[in-house]
Write a protein that binds this ligand. Structure first.
Ligand SMILES: NC(=O)c1ccc[n+]([C@@H]2O[C@H](COP(=O)([O-])OP(=O)(O)OC[C@H]3O[C@@H](n4cnc5c(N)ncnc54)[C@H](O)[C@@H]3O)[C@@H](O)[C@H]2O)c1
Ligand SMILES: [Zn+2]
Length: 1605
């Protein structure tokens, strides 16, 4: 550089070496230093600073100013002056993407940055990772510097050279190792960092110390409050830039950061590319990352890692590698930095996405961890604080991981062998021992100390007061206390003793602080103790009053009677102290413990009401004696009664070298009880007869009386249980002195022989829960009876094998959980829910149960995720029909079999065949029981021999025997369908009146019906309602529009659907075309039936809003309503007669915008199950329903589909949030289709909605997704949504949701925005001016709101006009008629099979093939013929057909008839030769050429279908010359439905049709126009992929037909 860089202010930095270079520089207020260093060390033509807009707000201008002032001072020498550029990105993880990278690169390219550019990444990990990756690849790599601004970035992401971006497939999947030239850490920048982000970084700091440096960890553990304070107090005037201006807090902060970075830098240097050692920094990350994958971005990386740290530590504890002490220290340390330590933390548990965290999911995500070894998962295991189990991650089996992750556990029953153990230390004794040893002289090793918040806080405060020194030994099992002999100093000014919410510590320390003496070096005038908000409300008044009266100078700093307190260092005077002990015995213990250090001996007099908790006072006195001070309690000389007056001598405690803290006696009851119940033995090592704790009497007071052998020394208790099953009930046990142990006694009493009465435990109603109630309720689940009374309860013991395992709810009460785990050691399948509740007193209880007691404990996941794949349905499994006689089983079975192409077996007919006698006769000869038995056996045989591809129609009485019912239930449980055919009873009675072939009922039919109906329901999986009439409110209403066709179509649809053979789903959905459903908002859908075609025009499905249904019987059709199941079933059946569109069954709750009560989960579930049994195609399942219900529906759904839905009316939910993402993920897990409906506030919401949907739909394997906004502002989203857009119709009384539009409106909108270009359609041929096709198509276009037109193009030959037309881009398709049906073929690219066979084209369809458009020739004539026939006669029921004529149309007729399964086709033509030709060209079809009409060979069934293509004018009913004569014998078929089609258009009634009407009542007729219509509908559908609204279109066409031209 030409000119030297000007100087800059004095700056002290700590330098850390990484990869052999001191490139990490840490300090405060570094901007000038950074600019100077960069310009000197990294000469370049361009410096580009990249940051995010959050950070730029605070720091960009100082960089800009500094750079500009330095650069402008440089003389313009021979070199061009370097440039300084800056570029900002949006804050947040989403910037770390391919798009984000491209944007930065484009900026660099736009500004012509070259290889010698230096990039400065100023920001958090997002900026660092993104910019680092850009630097790695821009111009094949340019130099860059990290200037991390978040704590996470400082201690973690900036160090090590890892750079990356995210993709939708996962985080950090694309990146590079690229080392920065410098890392500048300016800790002053943390002052602007939000405190949650600071905590986020602290997770990494704690992690690093945990794996590497116990001392460092110790300081994090005890100095959390100071560390926080360092970033919360702004440093003015660049304080801290030089060491002389640096505060203590800044020093601490810097040392924490430097310490953490040094470890990482060291590890990176040894293992730069993460081969082994570097894996250690992944402690907490294996599980943490998996959690993060689900919760990101709502929950931050460090927060997930914090939870991961604890789970991974628990894993090592479970494996016996790490002690609970260390787990406890980790937990408390992370908590102190405000980090969550478990998934039940409300910050996490309350998120919608928390639902997605399941063991299975976490394990699944963990599979793709880079550390893994093949399929083995590797996790860093801690062996103690500061050290790992191996110098690398260790292999851990999935079973262990899932045990740690599971929220519940089960115990595998077993018999422990001889158990000898200690249980966790008593909390009260631990706290006292700490104070005593700290005050005492000499070194004391405390063993079995309970690690709790109290002890933690107490130790930190005692260290702060310089009253003692603490050290951990044996990886934290032993605490070494170097006693301070009662000397303390006032903490430095501004330093408060923060006691969090630790009550015992606050009480004990208040007196301890009065012991502090003045010293000349004191900075502060008083000691201040404070706590959190809750602590500031807890009472301390009586103690302060007593101490003040004794001369101590104590002030309340906030509210009277509570912390914080300011205590002057005057020492404790001593003498007489009066204290009220009715609130807490801890005040008494506090004074007692400190009393020996007063100036004068103390006489403590307890005044006021009753002294509470005397045992705790006795405990304190006993422990003081162990430390060498004897307290005397005065007695009344006259009565000898003990007085509440204590004399304490002055002196000092003499520390015993070892002090074993007694185990918690309540905890000890559990292992002892396990010995008692399993007939084994157990020794608890440090609780004996000398114990200070009441619950220590449990062994003798309870277990001995129940028949155990108990031996107790002063310090040990051993219990031998009687043989299993021989525990004795105890008539009455008073447990007042050991109330906490009553739960343990209660579970033992449950298996004792007789009744046990436990008294003296009334206070247990107000513990963590109402424990008496809890025990009663949970024991009831095992089948154990109890009786509650004021003072306790009675338990009626039961033999062990009479108890059945149960899921135990633990009420978040550790004692409930541990007590029931005693029972679980004997009773299989007992599941203890909420396993974490034991943490309060025995965090590693489950591990100890397994590792020390020897009973296997397994993790259980209660809410296992449901998978939305179809259940175990086997498509070919036979269908069984059951139901009352006369419901139409045979009729329906027949139709079903023909629809499925299966075989129908009628069990009665089959019975007669097998037994060679009629059912009636068989019953007559052998009686009913024998018949039922034979019938059941036959059912069994049928199911085994005809288990596939059959429809089995059973007799009505089959459900009378239990065996048969079981057979049917088994069938459904194996995925088979049992269909209950239901028909109105009155109809059945009427029908049976005329039918007598089967045995009569010996009792009134209504009685039989009543008895069997529940059985039918219980044995069936589905219900088919044979609706001959609609039932409205129980009355039969014959619907004139009802035709047999409706029933037939419905039978086919129903069975195709429920068997899964050919489910009724709209093709548009699978083809990815736009699809719509019409929301029906009628209270009674029968009102809509006559208009159904018009209403549903354009719709691919119909939604039945079940919550809106109201029958006339619903006297009070108010807002919230639950419609009756029978009414709903009838409504569905009624709809089914007029439409075969798929139905969506929706029970919308009030909170999601419907009318169904919000909390009626069970009722909603029942209705949704009803829908599944009715074979409804889609059910809408609100995701706010309980998980269990959603799972049940998924398991039961068969081939129906679940629309998993969320509706937000509040307008609060936005598409670009993690909530939306979480909701999507939940819905995707449970549903086949995802539906999310939010409320739009602005147009932007629609774009966000679109963007979100696009992002989700691009995911691999994405499910169909309905994403829309409600409200007028949301209408655009309805237009743009592609899957199942809800629509309304102007004919409907109300819309289902605000902003809903009609199909036609949506199409018009699509057209206007360019999504639906207008097309032209044509008719080619001549003469065509009378054609009805323009009327047909144009009215259909109009009804659907489509922008297309249909035009005549009359030409006598296939000319240039036609060629030009079909080549035009707006050509939508054409109909082709005479004379072009053949000539057109050469212009087309492809023919459909039908067109090929018929050798003629009547329809041209343009089809997109990739990017090109091809023209396909089709023939829909046959479809018209087929449609007319199929709407009257079921497929497979055409015995024979007659076709008259042998031209092109006859070809189409033959093609259609063959497709419909006609067994034989008779062909007549005036010239036989042409008929023979036609026959010859269809060699695979059974065609018989006939010469004479109406003469059928004898012995065969005459045809039931006739199709004529002869012009009507050439035919006659008289025997005239030149005219074809139709004899009445054409219509000889009389056995069932039959149809005659005359393809001639005019006249309306041709001779052929007239003859049928006159002579053949069973023959239906179809006119030419009808067939024209049918083929036109087919054409329309091929062109638009939309159903043609047939009825309304037909009305228009008929009108045109009759109108004079
Ligand atoms: N490369 C690695 O080795 C590595 C390691 C760990 C994490 N990471 C990555 O780091 C990213 C997370 O980093 P992060 O936590 O720093 O997130 P971040 O960059 O998003 O920063 C967090 C938030 O704090 C703001 N912020 C940062 N510093 C600030 C300051 N001084 N004052 C005010 N606001 C400030 C940011 O604008 C942002 O809103 C993730 O993408 C993660 O994958 C990378
Ligand atoms: Zn991390």
């Amino acid at each position: 550089m030409a000119t030297p860089i000007p100087s800059f202010p004095l700056t002290d930095v700590k330098k850390i070496s990484i990869l052999g270079k001191e490139s990490i520089h840490c300090g405060f207020h570094l901007v000038p230093y950074i600019v100077h260093t960069v310009l000197t060390e990294l000469p370049a033509s361009t410096y580009v600073l990249i940051s995010d807009s959050n950070i730029a707000k605070f720091y960009l201008s100082s960089f800009e100013n500094e750079f500009n002032s330095v650069l402008s001072g440089l003389a313009n020498g021979s070199h061009v002056r370097p440039r300084f550029l800056s570029h900002l990105i949006a804050p947040g993880e989403t910037s770390k993407s391919r798009e984000g990278k491209a944007a930065v690169e484009d900026f660099l390219l736009l500004h012509k940055c070259t290889r010698d550019t230096v990039i400065l990444a100023l920001g958090g990990g997002v900026v660092g990772d993104l910019v680092g990756f850009v630097a790695a690849t821009f111009m094949r790599g340019v130099r860059f510097c990290q200037i991390p601004t978040s704590l996470l970035a400082m201690v973690d992401s900036s160090v090590g050279g890892k750079t990356a971006i995210d993709t939708p497939h996962g985080k950090n999947l694309i990146g590079a190792f690229w080392q920065p030239e410098f890392i500048f850490i300016d800790a002053a920048m943390l002052e602007t960092l939000p405190s949650r982000e600071f905590s986020n970084g602290m997770a990494e700091v704690v992690k690093t110390a945990a794996i590497w440096d116990e001392t460092e960890f110790g300081s994090l553990e005890s100095r959390s409050a100071e560390i926080f304070a360092a970033i919360q107090t702004p440093s003015v005037n660049h304080a801290g830039r030089s060491e002389t201006t640096r505060s203590q807090a800044q020093e601490l902060l810097l040392s924490v950061i430097v310490g953490s970075i040094s470890v990482k830098a060291h590890i990176v240097t040894i293992d730069p590319t993460e081969k082994g050692l570097r894996n250690l920094v992944n402690f907490g990350h294996s599980i943490g990352h998996a959690i993060e994958a689900v919760l990101t971005p709502t929950i931050l990386h460090g927060e997930c890692v914090s939870i991961g740290i604890i789970l991974e530590a628990e894993l090592s504890r479970q494996m016996g590698i790490l002690s609970q002490v260390s787990v406890g220290r980790l937990t408390r340390c992370l908590k102190a930095f405000n980090l969550p330590v478990s998934l039940v933390d409300p910050r996490i548990a309350n998120l919608p996405s928390a639902k997605l965290i399941t063991t299975e999911r976490i394990l699944d995500i963990m599979k793709i961890d880079k550390k893994n070894h093949g399929t083995d998962k590797k996790i860093v295991l801690l062996s103690r604080i500061g050290a790992t189990h191996e110098q690398q991650a260790s292999v851990v089996p999935d079973t262990l991981i899932s045990k740690v992750l599971s929220d519940s556990v089960t115990v595998i029953p077993g018999i422990p062998s001889f158990v000898s153990m200690t249980t966790p230390g008593s909390k009260s004794i631990s706290n006292r021992a700490l104070v005593l040893a700290a005050l005492g002289t000499g070194t004391c090793r405390l063993r079995n100390l309970l690690h709790s918040d109290d002890t933690q806080v107490m130790m930190a405060a005692l260290s702060e007061l310089k009253g003692a020194k603490f050290e951990w030994e044996d990886s934290g099992e032993t605490l070494v206390v170097y006693g301070g002999k009662g000397s303390f100093v006032v903490p430095p000014k501004g330093k408060e003793l923060y006691l969090s919410n630790a009550g015992t510590a606050a009480r004990f320390l208040t007196t301890v602080c009065t012991l502090v003496q003045k010293s000349p070096t004191d900075e502060a005038e008083a000691t201040v103790i404070t706590g959190n908000a809750r602590m500031k409300q807890r009472p301390i008044g009586p103690l302060v009053t007593a101490l003040r009266a004794n001369g101590s100078d104590i002030d309340y700093l906030e509210s009277e009677g509570c912390l914080p307190l300011s205590i002057r260092p005057n020492g404790l005077k001593g003498g007489n102290i009066q204290l009220s002990a009715s609130v807490s015995s801890q005040y008494v213990s506090s004074v007692l413990l400190c009393a020996p250090y007063a100036h004068e001996p103390i006489t403590l007099e307890l005044v006021g009401d009753q002294v509470i908790s005397q045992p705790y006072i006795d405990m304190t006195i006993a422990m003081m004696e162990a430390f060498g001070i004897k307290v005397t309690r005065r007695t009344d000389k006259t009565t000898g009664k003990l007085l509440d007056v204590y004399d304490i001598p002055t002196g000092g405690y003499q520390n015993p070298s070892n002090y074993a803290i007694e185990s918690d006696a309540s905890s000890a009851t559990y292992p002892l009880a396990i010995a008692a119940i399993t007939g084994s033995s157990c020794t608890i090592q440090n609780i004996g007869s000398a114990s200070l704790q009441g619950d220590a009497r449990f062994a003798q007071g309870v277990l001995e009386r129940m028949g155990c052998k108990v031996t107790q020394t002063a310090t040990e208790t051993t219990v031998h249980g009687p043989p299993i099953g021989q525990l004795k009930a105890v008539e009455e046990i008073d447990m007042e002195v050991m109330t906490d142990a009553f739960l343990t006694a209660t579970v033992l009493a449950a298996v004792a022989n007789g009744k046990t009465r436990i008294v003296g435990i009334a206070n247990q109603r107000v513990k963590e829960c109402n424990r008496i109630r809890a025990m009663i309720d949970e024991l009831a689940k095992f089948g154990v009876e109890t009786q509650e009374f004021d003072d306790g309860l009675e338990i009626f013991g039961k033999p062990i094998n009479a108890l059945k395992g149960a899921n135990i709810h633990c009420y978040d009460d550790h004692r409930v959980a541990m007590a029931f785990s005693v029972l679980a050691s004997l009773i299989p399948n007992t599941i203890l829910e909420e396993k974490r509740c034991v943490e309060k007193t025995w965090p590693n209880w489950w591990d100890d149960l397994q590792n020390k007691i020897g009973l296997e404990v397994k993790g259980v996941e209660l809410s296992s995720p449901s998978v939305s794949v179809s259940s175990t349905q086997v498509k070919s499994k036979s269908v069984v029909l059951i139901g009352m006689r006369g419901t139409g089983k045979t009729f329906i079975g027949d139709l079903a079999a023909s629809a499925l192409h299966w075989t129908c077996i009628d069990a009665d007919v089959h019975f007669e065949k097998v037994h060679q006698t009629s059912v009636r006769q068989y019953v007559h000869e052998n009686g009913w029981p024998a018949f039922r038995e034979a019938e059941t056996k036959l059912l069994k045989d049928l199911l085994t021999q005809n288990g596939h591809n059959h429809v089995l129609s059973l007799g009505g009485g089959i459900v009378e025997t239990a065996t048969a019912r079981q057979l049917l239930k088994d069938w459904t449980s194996k995925g088979g369908c049992v269909v209950h055919v239901v028909r109105n009873l009155e109809e059945v009675i009427e029908y049976l009146g005329v039918e007598g072939s089967r045995p009569a009922y010996g009792e009134p039919i209504t009685e039989v019906f009543k008895r069997r109906d529940p059985w039918f329901a219980e044995c069936s999986s589905h219900r088919f309602i044979n609706h001959v009439a609609a039932f409205a409110d129980g009355k039969i209403v014959i619907d004139p529009t009802d035709t047999k066709r409706g029933v037939r179509e419905e039978v086919a649809r129903f069975f195709d659907q429920i068997t899964g053979v050919s489910p009724n789903f709209p093709p548009s959905l699978s083809a990815g075309r736009r699809s719509y459903f019409l929301s029906l908002t009628y209270p009674d859908v029968t009102l809509a039936l006559p208009q159904m075609e018009e209403l549903s025009a354009g719709a691919d499905a119909l939604e039945v809003r079940v919550d809106l249904l109201r029958s006339n019987n619903d006297v009070n059709p108010v807002e919230r309503h639950i419609p009756a199941e029978s009414y709903v079933a009838d409504q569905i059946a009624a709809l089914r007669r007029v439409t075969s569109l798929p139905l969506i069954f929706t029970v919308r709750t009030v909170s999601e915008g419907g009318a169904f009560p919000d909390n009626a989960h069970k009722e909603a579930q029942r209705l949704l199950n009803l829908a599944l049994s009715l074979g409804v195609e889609y059910i809408d399942v609100e995701m706010q329903l309980p998980e269990k219900i959603i799972q049940q529906l998924n398991a039961r759904k068969g081939s129906s589909r679940i629309i998993a839905s969320w509706h937000d009316w509040s307008g609060r939910l936005k598409w670009d949030t993690s909530d939306a993402q979480a909701m999507y993920d939940i819905a995707a897990r449970h549903g086949d289709i995802i539906k999310m409906v939010f409320t739009a506030g602005s147009m932007q919401d629609n774009f966000d909605c679109q963007a979100f949907a696009a992002r989700m739909n691009n995911r691999p394997g994405a499910k169909p997704f309905i994403a829309i906004n409600m409200g007028a502002a949301g209408q655009l989203s309805r237009v743009l949504n592609t899957t199942f857009s809800p629509i309304s119709h102007p004919l409907q009384p109300t819309r289902a949701a605000p902003g809903q539009m009609s199909f036609a409106q949506v199409q018009k909108a699509l057209h206007l925005i360019g999504e639906l270009p207008a097309k032209k359609f044509y008719l080619f041929g001549t003469p065509i001016d009378h054609s009805l096709s323009p009327t047909l198509h144009n009215s259909a276009f109009e009804m659907l709101g489509l922008p297309h037109t249909y035009i005549l193009l009359e030409t006598s030959d296939v000319n240039e006009d036609i060629k030009k037309t079909i080549a035009s881009p707006d050509f939508g398709g054409a109909s082709v008629t005479i004379p072009h049906k053949l000539n057109i073929i050469p212009l087309l690219d492809e023919l459909t099979p039908a067109a090929k066979v018929m050798g003629a084209v009547n329809t041209i369809v343009p089809v997109a093939r990739g990017s090109t458009r091809i023209l396909v020739g089709d023939n829909t004539d046959w479809l018209g013929i087929r449609g007319s026939i199929a709407s009257r006669i079921a497929v497979g029921h055409i015995h024979g057909a007659l076709v008259m004529g042998a031209g092109g149309t006859s070809r189409a007729a033959i093609y259609a008839l063959n497709d419909l399964g006609a067994k034989v086709i008779y062909l007549w033509n005036r010239t036989r030769g042409r008929a023979e030709e036609l026959k010859a060209s269809n060699p695979d079809i059974n065609i018989q050429v006939v010469d004479k009409l109406g003469h059928w060979p004898s012995g065969i069934t005459p045809p039931n279908v006739i199709v004529s293509t002869i012009p009507a004018s050439e035919t006659s009913l008289e025997d005239e010359a030149d005219r074809l004569f139709y004899p009445p014998s054409l219509y000889s078929y009389r056995e069932g439905p039959a149809i005659v089609l005359d393809l001639a258009y005019k006249p309306v009634e041709t001779p052929l049709l007239k003859l049928a009407k006159m002579t053949a009542p069973n023959w239906d007729t179809a006119q030419g126009v009808e067939i024209l219509l049918q083929q036109g509908y087919a054409q329309f559908e091929k062109w638009t992929a939309r159903r043609c609204p047939q009825g309304p279109v037909a009305r228009q066409v008929w009108k045109a037909y009759y109108s004079p031209t």
